[in-house]
Design a protein around this ligand. Structure first.
Ligand code: AMP
Ligand code: AMP
Length: 356
């Protein structure tokens, strides 16, 4: 696969590279960043959302698809290759396309690692090998011996997750989520049951630069989740009467500035995660990645997930986060950081190192 992509890259006019992405998730961030670094941009979106991308004026061209999956159609791919396009993948690529075996357009990043990201077992192996502290996982509902969070396959943005405290509670709540249509009964069987860490959620958006051979902290955020973040607004007695189950559908993000003495835990985790990435999926981590964590009452960091591409939480860092400003002394944000890396890699003749 990698050979085929590098073959395509060889046919490219590197002075005329355009940056393209799917119109959702962090496309505004990516396309603004590309323009700030002098690239021409293409937004590939659905008819309904076209208005948004036209409105912000960050796309030089807009390609309309009926469905995001149509990106895999030969004629669309052909059109993108003709324009020397480098695609920037984000969460909607995972959510709506999944595997990219038939996508013969160069991607910034490592598509093999994105496969590790969407497979919970592989992800756990990656994080375990990195030696970071993980929440305990239970192999069956009968083993539940404390507060757990129940998750489903794929990157679904927390939709349908629920919290349970024992086996009966698990089945009762699972059935409720099935009845609401958010998940299927099959999903219940495939659910991952994870120890629920009571603490503060912190999402670290890092960038692994091949050009500078270093890990950069670009932004930190937390999510705004429905209905988990709505519960505090309802008095406890009403919560008990209505039996509201917190769910975790993401609707937005907040920026975070972390207590400085805690940063070292995140950098240590990032270093180990990058190290292992090189062993599991050549050429290892490229560009944006996110470590999703909870800090408990002892300010100890538990990593519960990793994303091997830009996450939408980086949208809080435009035009800069405190961290990207400290590092670069100029406006810098994930979309722009990606475009800067592509520009520098082309300049130094090492573009094939950041493409898969
Ligand atoms: P969307 O195109 O908005 O459906 O996003 C695709 C996937 O990316 C979703 O299923 C979510 O898992 C994730 N996602 C989208 N926006 C955010 C966000 N603001 N924060 C965290 N995750 C997000
Ligand atoms: P995820 O889709 O895995 O990023 O998780 C969605 C949301 O569930 C997170 O933003 C957290 O609020 C929550 N969450 C996930 N795993 C845990 C955990 N092990 N302990 C506590 N909260 C969690």
């Amino acid at each position: 696969m990698r050979e085929k992509i590098l073959e395509v890259l060889k046919s490219y006019d590197l002075d005329k590279v355009k940056i393209a992405t799917l119109g959702s998730h962090s496309a505004l961030n990516i396309l603004r960043g590309a323009k700030d670094e002098g690239f021409e941009t293409i937004c590939i979106c659905r008819e309904r959302e076209k208005f948004v991308y036209e409105n912000f004026g960050i796309a030089d061209e807009i390609v309309v698809l009926n469905d995001f999956k149509d990106l895999l159609q030969d004629k669309i791919q052909e059109r993108l290759r003709k324009d020397n396009v480098i695609l920037i993948p984000h969460g909607s690529f995972n959510a709506y396309i999944g595997r990219f075996d038939s996508l013969l357009v160069p991607i910034f990043g490592n598509r093999k690692l994105m496969e590790w990201e969407i497979d919970r077992e592989k992800q756990k192996e990656w994080l375990s090998r990195a030696g970071v502290k993980l929440p305990k996982t239970y192999s069956s509902p009968s083993e539940i011996d404390g507060l757990v969070i129940v998750k489903y396959p794929g990157a679904k943005g927390g939709k349908g997750y629920f919290i349970a405290s024992n086996k009966d509670d698990f089945y009762k709540k699972a059935m409720k989520v099935v009845e609401s249509g958010m998940i299927s009964e099959e999903d219940v069987e495939k659910a991952e049951i994870q120890q629920y860490i009571v603490g503060a959620n912190i999402y670290f958006s890092f960038f692994y630069s091949r050009v500078f051979d270093r890990i950069e902290l670009i932004a930190i955020d937390r999510r705004y989740e429905s209905t988990a973040d709505a519960l505090g607004k309802i008095p406890a007695d009403e919560q008990l009467k209505t039996e509201i189950t917190p769910t975790y559908t993401v609707v937005g993000n907040f920026p975070i500035v972390l207590r400085e003495s805690l940063l070292i835990q995140a950098f240590e985790a990032a270093e180990k995660i990058v190290e292992v990435s090189k062993e599991i999926a050549y050429p290892g981590m490229v560009g944006a990645f996110c470590i999703e964590s909870v800090f408990d009452e002892n300010a100890e960091m538990y990593v519960f997930e990793i994303s091997a591409r830009i996450v939408a939480g980086t949208n809080v860092g435009i035009p800069n986060s405190p961290y990207s400003y400290i590092l670069f002394g100029e406006n810098m944000y994930m979309g722009r950081r990606i475009a800067r890396e592509i520009k520098m890699a082309i300049g130094q003749g090492i573009i094939e190192e950041i493409i898969y």
